[in-house]
Every structure is written in structure tokens, then in C-alpha cells.
Write a protein that binds this ligand. Structure first.
Ligand code: FES
Ligand code: FES
Length: 367
């Protein structure tokens, strides 16, 4: 049987453990609730005075832009916490259990949010699975509400431009919001990076100018950290900063396909994507297609079938063909022509290009 002083010691040891169990349970409850919002969410954890009572027109504007994006807003303060979802007309309260002091501490721990005593607010962009895509606690010039409205407006504009590219709607919204946040809170928005893998190069130093942010690109299996202005396109980052000039710049407007690369195994026009939107996703350029001295089957087929003349469009044609073969949607010459129609060849080598692609397809060689 325990002596009284032993029982007291036991209880003393148990107290911190119980505190962690409670905090972990609250963190899990936060995550589950945020996932249940069912949309990308802008999470703002703010000191009471920082959120305050926003001007009605600003708030209506913020709601309108969130509706256009299909994104939610979750505001957590000591005094009042609420959620606005794009498909519900009114603000909803955050569950009582989460809006307590203990709940706030669990949220701080879950997303690395600093306590309101240290920073006026932290803005975190979450995807629909509750994963962090970007975070900032920079003081916004012009005030938090006005800057948030400008950010959301800019994201809506980006979304319209990016819907031409092959992404899911939610991915477009998240990428557009990340880019808009980076622009609005330029100096200190931290697009969220996964921890570096073993052997990855050491983290780069702080950005050298106020308008530059750190951007992590994973190109052909190598991780690069670049200091870039948020407006830099993926194409320019590849060519001008990483010296991967195999990816060509033709129109720079998404019309010729010369800049095609694979992003997350899908073909995209690198001139239409901001580098900041391509962070931490695998990017394959023409330089990464071959295995050492061994050409990729498509490269070999283009040579064999004489599918080029000046060669300027060729890297884009090959990368687009690589994406096409993965998609498995083209089964005839006509379907190949249709699905390669975004890649223009001024030399008119189309007949041989289709022949090269079909020869790889029919050979059944893995690509
Ligand atoms: S350079 Fe990108 S589509 Fe023409
Ligand atoms: S080979 Fe010259 S543009 Fe296609």
C-alpha cells in the first residue's frame, strides 16, 4: 500500500502528464473542427484590440471575397471567436470547449501560433485537411482588416487567371491565397516549408530585400531555397535563378506551351505559375527527364522520328507528351493531336511529333 507521501508524489508526477493529455485532446479537437469547416480557411488568432469591431463595409467586403473564393474565415480572440463559411450567411461561434483559455493554448501549440501578448495577431492559411500553407504575423500597413480585404481581392484575381491551368479548384484557391498573402505581407509571410530532408542544402539566410521572400523549389529531385520577389514566375525562377534553360520562354502568356514542365506530375505552363505557388511540390523539367546518359523514351523517339527542326518548342513538346502519357487519355492520333494542341510548333513538325508520341505509347515502355 502507498504511504500518503508516496501518493502525493505520484499525483505530483501525474499532473503535467494530465495537462499534456488535455492539451493534446484539445489540439486534436481543433484540428477535427477546422477540417470539418470543409474549405480552405484563413485562421486569425488575434489580441482582442487587434480584431476589435471592424468597419461594416470592410467586413461585408471580406465576406464577399471569401464567398467568391469558397474559403472560410476563423477568427479567434480572447473575447470572441467565430467562423464565417462561404455557404452560410451568418457568423457561427467556435465551439465553446475550444474557445477557452486552454483551447487557445492548444491552438497556439498546434499551429506554432504565438501568444497574443507577443504579437498582435497571427494569420495562418490552412487547407481543407488542416495543414498549414502559409503564415504571417507581420503588422499590416493600413490595418489588419483592410489588408485582409486587399489580400482576398488579389487572391480572387489570381484565381481567375490560374483556372486556365490544370489544377483542382481548391488548389488554385490555396495557391492564389498564398501568393496574395506573400504580396500583402511581403517581408514576413512564411510560405510553409516541410522540414528539410536529410542531405538537403542548409536553409538559406534571411531574404536580402524587404520585397523578397524565401521560396523552396524541389526541381528534378533537388531542393533549392531562393530569395525571390513573390511576383516571379516559375519559368523565370527556373531559367534565371537555377540556370535550367532547357525550359523555353516563347510567348510568356500561356499560349505556346514552350515552357511546359511537370508540377506534381501534371503538365503546366511555367510562365503562368508563380514560383511561390510551386513550393514543396516536385517539379520536373526537361533536364530531369533522362536518366544520366540514357535518354527518356520520348527524347529518343523525337530524335528517331525527326520530330523537330529548329528545336525551340521541343522541350515543351516532350514534357507535355510525358504528361499526356501519364494521363492515359489519348488513344488515337486525333486524341494525341487534340491533347497536345497547347504546344505550338512554328516549324510545323506536327506529323512527326505525333508519330514519336504514338511510337512510345504503342511500345508500352514505362515512361
Ligand atoms: S512561354 Fe509559357 S506558354 Fe508560351
Ligand atoms: S521545331 Fe521549331 S518550333 Fe517546333
Amino acid at each position: 500500500m502507498d504511504l500518503p507521501h508516496q501518493r502525493a508524489g505520484y499525483a505530483f508526477c501525474l499532473a503535467p502528464a494530465m495537462f499534456h493529455v488535455q492539451t493534446d485532446a484539445l489540439a486534436a479537437a481543433w484540428r477535427a473542427w477546422l477540417c470539418g469547416v470543409g474549405a480552405p480557411a484563413v485562421l486569425i488568432v488575434a489580441a482582442d484590440g487587434e480584431w476589435g469591431t471592424p468597419d461594416r463595409r470592410l467586413l461585408d467586403g471580406i465576406r464577399g471575397e471569401l464567398r467568391a473564393l469558397g474559403a472560410a474565415l476563423v477568427v479567434v480572440t480572447e473575447g470572441r471567436s467565430f467562423c464565417f463559411r462561404p455557404d452560410v450567411d451568418r457568423d457561427e461561434p467556435v465551439p465553446e470547449r475550444l474557445a477557452t483559455g486552454a483551447g487557445m493554448r492548444a491552438l497556439h501549440g498546434l499551429y506554432g501560433v504565438e501568444a497574443a501578448a507577443q504579437v498582435p495577431f497571427t494569420l495562418t492559411l490552412l487547407d481543407e485537411h488542416g495543414a498549414v500553407r502559409a503564415q504571417t504575423s507581420a503588422r499590416a500597413e493600413g490595418g489588419l482588416h483592410a489588408t485582409l480585404l486587399a489580400t482576398l481581392r488579389s487572391a480572387v484575381e489570381n484565381t481567375r487567371a490560374d483556372e486556365r491551368v490544370l489544377f483542382s479548384r481548391r488548389e488554385v484557391v490555396l495557391s492564389s491565397l498564398t501568393a496574395a498573402l506573400a504580396l500583402s505581407f511581403a517581408a514576413s509571410c512564411r510560405p510553409h516549408a516541410k522540414p528539410p530532408s536529410p542531405g538537403a542544402p542548409p536553409a538559406a539566410s534571411t531574404p536580402s530585400t524587404a520585397r523578397e521572400i524565401l521560396v523552396t523549389l524541389v526541381v528534378n529531385g533537388e531542393t533549392h531555397q531562393l530569395e525571390l520577389e513573390p511576383r516571379v514566375s516559375l519559368l523565370d525562377a527556373l531559367r534565371e535563378r537555377l540556370a535550367l534553360t532547357g525550359t523555353k520562354k516563347g510567348c510568356d502568356h500561356g499560349q505556346c506551351g514552350a515552357c511546359t514542365v511537370l508540377l506534381d506530375a501534371r503538365r503546366v505552363n511555367a510562365c503562368l505559375i508563380l514560383a511561390v505557388m510551386a513550393q514543396n511540390k516536385p517539379i520536373t523539367t526537361i533536364e530531369g527527364l533522362s536518366h544520366g546518359e540514357n535518354l527518356h523514351p520520348l527524347q529518343a523517339a523525337f530524335v528517331k522520328e525527326d520530330a523537330l527542326q529548329c528545336g525551340y518548342c521541343t522541350p515543351g513538346q516532350i514534357m507535355s507528351a510525358a504528361g499526356l502519357l501519364r494521363e492515359k487519355r489519348a488513344h488515337t492520333d486525333d486524341e494525341v493531336r487534340e491533347l497536345m494542341s497547347g504546344n505550338i510548333c512554328r516549324c510545323g513538325a506536327y506529323v512527326n511529333i505525333v508519330r514519336a508520341i504514338r511510337s512510345v505509347q504503342e511500345s508500352g515502355v514505362p515512361t
